[in-house]
Design a protein around this ligand. Structure first.
Ligand SMILES: [Zn+2]
Length: 527
């Protein structure tokens, strides 16, 4: 007797092969049998998947659920779009390991990104943090990188200078401890302080530490706009010298004048792959990016921590404005997108909630301020940095161009707070509805591969990402005819249509389009 039998559906293995008919028998948390006609098989529960596709559960390789998974373990935004495993600790900014003395500054620093839910940061080491997640009993599986910025904070604080040998050795030790606790690898966010203060040679030294742990290096590159080519070259160099596989996350080219450069960047990557450098890409399918609003302040004002940054915003206002206006030696979002294309996605203060979903330019006029930059700085001061943003930065032609690269896997990179970027609700259904069914940009099986076996392979998730006997029963069953990402920029908090059933570790988490409130997710630490 099996626990669950899924009948009459079209199976997509996750490997990119054409769908086939088969029935799937599940016992405990595993796929035990896949056969064409299952007349002899009995199970406690039978799912009729007639007219539906059965795929491995989707894997979100870039998630910002680091804190919200503790307060909202049902992970509805993810589960309802068919995601069964999400990977946190992104952009160099994991929430662990962390020392008591750094918690206040790091909390503030991350508040525009991961939100600021009411929880006590009662973990210190990376392994403590993973235990805290396990205790929260999430609905989906969680894995995590450890962030290079977090590691640097622990050893050097927010200081803007090169690390010395002694400090590099200390950082290596922390990396090794975190890898031993189960980190999948290292993440970097080279636009975000203090990660942005790290030189290539420091990064190469540190990345080498994960070699014997089968680790990977995932990078938000130093610049995704005017300096994208040297930024890609830097990653090629790091991967080559450290001999560690590198993933360029949310690959895109920002800024109208730069859009053609994606082709040149992809050529660079293809050529380096041919020479034996293991570099791959990740993508989300939207023309707007999303991050913390304090990314509009040049990195050199972030040195010495969040309190000091707020002080800088008050005392050095004119200098900061001048630098935003004139300097291009950093990822200058206002220059790339324009204040009219930068929107506030989340704030903390009730009085400021009216600004969620408004552009900085609109906010300026709502407040009777003539220069939008003043509105942005004011809001950051009032909110003590806890502001999320959405910025329109690329176009659909570019998205389509990048989507077809064989190394691209799909990610949400979704921030959860306020009026969020719709990608946190809609990414995977959007690929299937808009780019597979409606536009025919990518085949169904290839799209599923980029959501399942490809990210599983990158993250070294051994029994996930495929519909195969012996694999974990993480399964997403969907209706391709009706699949639709309903989340929009105007109204993002909407679950998609067409994700009919989701199983995590053999337990039903979505039944006929509804979350069952089951919490069978696990923290994955094995390699
Ligand atoms: Zn991110």
């Amino acid at each position: 007797m099996y626990d669950i039998l899924i009948k009459n559906g079209k199976i997509i293995s996750g490997l990119g092969n054409p769908w086939y008919y088969g029935d799937i028998a599940i016992k405990n948390n595993k796929i035990i049998k896949i056969i064409r006609f299952s007349k002899e098989i009995t199970a406690e529960k039978t799912i009729n998947a007639e007219g539906l596709y059965i795929a491995p559960g989707f894997i979100d390789g870039h998630s910002h659920s680091d804190l919200f998974i503790l307060t909202d373990p049902l992970a509805e935004q993810k589960i309802m779009q068919g995601i069964t495993t999400e990977n946190v600790g992104m952009d160099g900014m994991s929430v662990a390991p962390i020392d008591e003395m750094n918690i206040a500054t790091w909390k503030k620093h991350l508040s525009g990104l991961d939100g600021n839910p009411e929880i006590e940061w009662n973990w210190r080491s990376f392994s403590d943090y993973l235990n805290v997640i396990a205790q929260a009993k999430p609905s989906d599986n969680i894995t995590s990188y450890v962030g290079l910025g977090t590691i640097r904070l622990k050893v050097l604080g927010m200081t803007d200078r090169e690390a010395n040998d002694n400090e590099i050795n200390k950082m290596k030790k922390v990396i090794i401890q975190s890898m031993e606790a189960g980190a999948r690898g290292l993440s970097a966010g080279l636009v975000y302080p203090p990660g942005s203060y790290q030189t290539s040679s420091e990064i190469i030294e540190l990345v080498r530490a994960i070699k014997e742990y089968n680790g990977i290096f995932n990078i938000h590159i130093r610049n995704e706009s005017n300096h994208i080519i040297p930024s890609i070259k830097e990653i090629i160099e790091i991967s080559k010298k450290s001999e560690i596989p590198a993933i360029v996350t949310h690959f895109k080219v920002m800024g109208r004048g730069n859009w053609g450069l994606s082709e040149e960047a992809i050529n660079l990557i293809d050529n380096s792959r041919q020479e034996g450098v293991d570099i791959t890409l990740e993508q989300y399918p939207y023309t707007a990016c999303s991050t913390m609003l304090h990314a509009v302040i040049p990195p050199w004002y972030h040195a010495n921590g969040s309190e000091k940054l707020i002080q800088n915003l008050i005392e050095d206002k004119e200098l900061i404005k001048e630098d935003i206006q004139n300097r291009v030696d950093w990822e200058n979002y206002p220059k790339i997108s324009g204040w009219e294309n930068i929107y506030v996605s989340s704030v903390e203060n009730i009085d400021n909630k009216i600004f969620e979903g408004k552009s900085i330019k609109e906010i300026a006029s709502m407040r009777g301020i003539s220069d939008p930059v003043d509105a942005a700085l004011e809001l950051l001061i009032e909110e003590e940095l806890a502001v999320g943003m959405i910025a329109y930065c690329t176009n659909e032609k570019e998205i389509i161009n990048i989507m077809n690269h064989p190394s691209v896997s799909f990610i949400t990179d979704g921030l959860l707070g306020g009026k969020p970027h719709p990608r946190v609700y809609g990414t995977f259904p959007r690929i299937l509805g808009r780019y597979v069914r409606d536009k025919g940009i990518i085949s169904l099986e290839e799209a599923i591969r980029k959501m399942t076996s490809l990210p599983a392979e990158k993250l070294r998730l051994r029994n996930k990402g495929k519909i195969e006997e012996g694999y974990d029963a993480d399964i997403t069953i969907f209706d391709l005819e009706n699949i639709l990402d309903r989340a929009t920029y105007e109204n993002p908090r909407q679950f998609p249509l067409g994700i009919e059933w989701v199983l995590v570790n053999g337990k039903v988490v979505v039944e006929k389009g509804r979350h069952t409130k089951a919490q069978p997710g696990k923290v994955i630490i094995s390699r």
